[in-house]
Design a protein around this ligand. Structure first.
Ligand SMILES: [Zn+2]
Length: 264
């Protein structure tokens, strides 16, 4: 019991640190500035000290403001740090007892962190870094295929699954882009969808798209109702796609088992 608690606590700290890293990558990719070098307040440019860089805790202690100039710190910082912590906790909790499950835990966690970066960039600036997404897609596709083969699936089945996932996603989103004349989704969304298809493979890609529309539609409806969104306004789609992909990683095996049982 205590051991489980300590493992999850360590996962939360590890996840929050990578959430903080995701913030830095998103912002510096947007600014086209170097990934290395010290962070500073975006308003007064005062370099941040170590005590200002503790995920979530610094933000809480500073009451969401820069200690030098009092400028409000963008809510993105603590939210993404919390999201990183949750991703790590869930990735670990899903594979308890851990033992030899590390390659699966790390795959789920780091793919989630990569998606978090794209989610933030699209939500804040309607931008998606295509080259970074392609690189991420290649690494995680190979990683997931290796995990599946090691788990005992045949190489042919795994290869087909990822090829079909990629092709279905690319065609599906390209078609929407063409039919809607770019109004429903942007070209970056086609890339992100195709990459998620390649990484997850079929049928997980189908589950990801299903969740993406439910989550995206639900979020858009809530925003419309509380007046944060005007009818006809452009809505970033990557947050829904990224969330759908994570949901598919968590629930595809469970859903497939349920479908097999229901239709047996
Ligand atoms: Zn400042």
């Amino acid at each position: 019991m205590l051991e489980t608690f300590l493992i999850l606590l360590a996962a939360a700290v590890f996840g929050a640190v990578f959430g903080s890293f995701a913030n830095v990558v998103a912002i510096r990719t947007h600014d086209e500035s170097s990934l290395w070098g010290r962070s500073h307040c975006v308003n007064c440019k005062t370099p941040l000290k170590i005590r200002h860089l503790v995920p979530v805790a610094s933000w809480l202690l500073q009451r969401g403001k820069c200690t030098a100039c009092g400028q409000r710190i963008h809510i993105q910082y603590p939210l993404v740090e919390v999201a990183g912590a949750l991703l790590a906790i869930i990735s670990v909790a899903r594979h308890m007892p851990i033992q030899s499950e590390w390659p699966w835990i790390l795959f789920e966690f780091f793919f989630g962190i990569a998606l978090l970066i794209f989610l933030v960039m699209d939500a804040r600036w309607m931008e998606l870094p295509v080259e970074m997404m392609v690189g991420t897609g290649i690494i995680f596709t190979v990683w997931n295929m290796l995990l599946r083969v090691v788990s005992g699936e045949s190489v042919a089945v795994v290869a087909w699954s990822h090829l079909v996932g990629f092709a279905v996603a690319a065609c599906f989103f390209l078609l929407q882009w063409v039919v809607s004349r770019r109004r429903w989704i942007g070209s970056g969304d086609i890339w992100l969808g195709a990459i998620i298809g390649a990484v997850l493979g079929w049928p997980a890609l189908g589950v990801a798209v299903y969740f993406a529309y439910i989550l995206g539609g639900g979020a858009a409806l809530v925003l419309l109702l509380i007046g944060k969104l005007k009818p006809g306004a452009r809505v970033p789609f990557a947050p829904a796609l990224a969330s759908g992909a994570v949901a598919a990683i968590w629930w595809t095996p469970w859903l497939m088992a349920w479908l097999a049982y229901a239709f047996a």
